[in-house]
Design a protein around this ligand. Structure first.
Ligand code: ADP
Length: 712
């Protein structure tokens, strides 16, 4: 009965055509006045389950959320959709709170976000105003349970707060994680009245899981990132020291990176987090202290540099990727010796022995995940208790062919033999020295040149040997001791393999190079999104999510009606930003003489096969005016085209070999800066160069400098 109305609201405000799994039913249940309990994974769209009812129900919906730092973004997001919302928490002054309460009494808002700590005060603040509260949504409801992973004592006030409201509102509890125990706790502690339960399962189909064992982590990260300069990502490390080392390495290699750990001052952490949210930085290196407040929807990858303490923590941290539902990657780099770090944390924690035992078991599961040959998604989902999970997902490193197995039985035997003959008393480097037959002083001093394995692997590359030994350590064939100068030792596994003459395989990772595609328009749209974000002080993904920009760049809408059909474009955003995005797209289409293959304006603008018209005439026309001595702006005015288009025309003529002075594109005094930036980050890609420069230097100027200095 409500479906049509709610679907209309979904389209009008949020710009989406259909509900995601579970949303429609939950919304109906709430609108019918039933308490409801939603267990859906991150990114499944829980917020909409109370935001749409808030629009339908008479009065104000209160949302209780543990994260003060998120409230502003959540409220900004709703306001940008044209939905009246505000928050009251301890970050506001008394005067601000009073002003908001006054606005609440005037029905200015449909949703008010509250922190659990401040609930006592809310009754007092609302004492003199007449408001209806039809619904209370308790976000992150597991925080009420001490069995959950984020117990917050202040959540225990929620129930008594609800009981003071007359008539009792409908209550919705939302969480992404809930074991049976936690669920029962939530129902009882929030006193949910016979709630309707909504589960969608824990799967996040858009996430691609990968486990790589025994990689040289620094090399791996540098390789991996070289494909992903423009994408947002998080790298989790297990210690502050590791965070700082990686941060230094990446900055040295030209990546603008943020860093976050509990040892940094609150101000720095806040600054780092904001830079990441507002996309002044694409990459964040962090310990697990970075997380609770991360609601950025377009994180495209999360890499774990070492194993986390358990699979819950892993799934939660990795799950910060791809909240917008777009394909995203979750990579775990495993090395056997990292287990020691986690063991150390457990050993030195003040927990009782039972809890420690439980933590060891959880760590064991994490290690099993790192070694499993089976589908990684299946492993995770079964761990969370799902039944009938398919054997293959085709979207993890076990199911795809990113990992090749290489038989290294002969090499492994030579290495084991060397470790054994050297008395298991030396580290990796010296073992490699022996195998390579090195004349190194230490080798000679210890008489290691007398061993039968001396020079046995002379013809092998040192880097290869290092890699193989790392992989043998990762796979448990060799042990690296945890002393200051770690020694290599054989393990029960290698002894057994030697005894049984087993074949030994290691993983060779084939990282796919992303295909260079023409994403010029997408980049232009991102730049526009960023300027709007700066103007309005809201994060870029709140202006439009990535999927909206992708759809814009493939469907090329040219009218308001077409723009309104794009996923993520609701009524308010169309009004607020439509013109600017449409102008940019129109200009791009015009500039590149693109003819869309679907000429009819319909509600189903399909993905366009882009046909480039013969543009000889147009750019030559601009060239003729250029040769007549008109400057670029005058040509633009004469031809009624934008100056960006004219720049492009003249540049095309230069590339065709016509007589053009490249200095016309390079603003005075900027050549030196551009050259400096190119020297720093290379000339292969324009975006990193642009990022190094002040925003007024455009792509055309960069291209002109590259061509002028023959750097391409
Ligand atoms: P959760 O709270 O479950 O982590 P969110 O409510 O933050 O998830 O939603 C995740 C993303 O999915 C947001 O970008 C949101 O706009 C988008 N979304 C929600 N509902 C829909 C829908 N019906 N269709 C398309 N996208 C949706």
């Amino acid at each position: 009965m409500y479906k049509n109305e709610t679907l209309n609201l979904l389209k009008t405000y949020f710009g989406y055509e259909n509900f995601k799994k579970g949303q429609g039913e939950t919304i109906d249940s709430i609108i019918n006045g039933k308490d409801s309990f939603v267990v859906m994974p991150t990114g499944a769209g829980k917020s909409l389950c109370y935001q749409i009812p808030a629009l339908v129900l008479d009065g104000i919906t209160l949302v209780i959320s543990p994260l003060i730092s998120l409230m502003k973004d959540q409220v900004d997001g709703l306001n940008s959709l044209g939905i009246g919302a505000t928050y009251i928490n301890s970050t506001l002054s008394k005067a601000q709170v009073e002003e908001r309460v006054l606005d609440i009494s005037k029905d200015k808002y449909k949703l008010v976000y509250l922190a659990p700590e401040g609930l006592d005060n809310i009754n007092y603040l609302f004492r003199n105003i007449d408001i209806k509260i039809p619904l209370i949504a308790v976000d992150e409801a597991h925080c009420v349970s001490k069995w959950g992973h984020d117990f917050r004592p202040s959540y225990r006030n929620v129930n008594s707060f609800i009981s003071t409201i007359n008539p009792r509102p409908t209550v919705l509890a939302c969480t992404a994680t809930a074991t049976d125990v936690v669920q029962k706790d939530v129902i009882s502690l929030l006193d949910l009245h016979d709630p309707n339960m909504f589960f969608t399962g824990f799967d996040r189909p858009n996430l691609n899981f990968k486990v790589f064992r025994g990689e040289n982590k620094e090399t791996f990260i540098l390789n991996y990132l070289s494909n992903k300069r423009d994408e947002s990502g998080i790298i989790y490390t297990s210690t502050r020291k590791e965070t700082e080392q990686l941060y230094n390495l990446l900055n040295k290699n030209g990546y603008k990176t943020g860093m976050y750990h509990a040892g940094l001052s609150e101000n720095i952490r806040k600054e780092m987090q904001e830079s990441f949210m507002y996309e002044n930085l694409n990459l964040m290196i962090a310990t697990n202290a970075f997380g609770m407040g991360i609601d950025k929807s377009n994180v495209r990858f999360v890499i774990h540099y070492s194993i986390p303490k358990n699979l819950e923590a892993y799934y939660q941290e990795a799950g910060r990727a791809g909240r917008d539902g777009e394909p995203s990657e979750c990579v775990l780099l495993f090395n056997n010796k990292d287990i020691q770090t986690q063991k150390y944390f457990i050993d030195t924690s003040p927990m009782d022995e039972d809890k420690k035992f439980q933590d060891y078991n959880n760590l064991r599961t994490m290690v099993d995940y790192s070694y499993t040959q089976k589908c990684l998604r299946q492993f995770i989902l079964e761990y969370f208790g799902e039944k009938d999970v398919p054997d293959s997902c085709n979207n993890c490193s076990s199911c795809t062919n990113e990992i090749e197995l290489k038989d290294i039985t002969t090499e492994a035997q030579m290495i084991f033999s060397c470790v054994y003959r050297a008395g298991e008393r030396y580290g990796v480097n010296l073992i490699i020295d022996i195998l390579k037959g090195s004349q190194n002083q230490k080798v000679l001093r210890f008489g290691l040149d007398k061993l039968s394995t001396y020079g046995l692997m002379k013809k092998y590359d040192r880097k290869f040997l290092d890699e193989v030994i790392n992989k043998l350590i990762a796979d448990g064939y060799l042990l690296m001791t945890s002393e200051q100068y770690p020694l290599l030792k054989l393990t029960a596994k290698s002894k057994l393999a030697l005894k049984n003459k087993e074949n030994i395989f290691i993983q060779i990772v084939k990282l796919e190079k992303s295909v260079e595609k023409d994403d010029t328009l997408f980049e232009l749209l991102r730049t526009l999104r960023k300027s709007i974000s700066v103007e309005l002080s809201i994060p870029p993904y709140v202006v439009f999510p990535d999927f909206t920009l992708k759809e814009l760049s493939s469907k090329l809408p040219l009218t308001e009606a077409e723009f309104g059909e794009i996923k993520g474009v609701g009524k308010t955003k169309l009004e607020k930003y439509g013109d600017r995005f449409l102008n940019l797209i129109k200009e791009y289409v015009e500039e590149n003489q693109i003819v869309r293959d679907n000429t009819t304006v319909s509600s189903q603008i399909t993905s366009n096969t882009v046909i480039i018209k013969d543009k000889a005439k147009s750019h030559h026309e601009s060239y003729n005016l250029y040769k007549e001595g008109l400057n670029l702006n005058d040509i633009a005015a004469t031809r009624n085209l934008s100056s960006v288009t004219i720049q492009k025309h003249i540049m095309d003529c230069f590339l065709e070999g016509m007589d053009v002075d490249l200095d016309d594109f390079i603003p005075k005094d900027s050549e030196g800066y551009i050259l400096e930036a190119i020297n720093k980050v290379g000339a292969e890609k324009l975006k990193p160069i642009k990022d190094e420069l002040s925003p007024d230097i455009d792509y055309m100027a960069i291209k002109a400098v590259i061509l002028k200095h023959k750097m391409a």
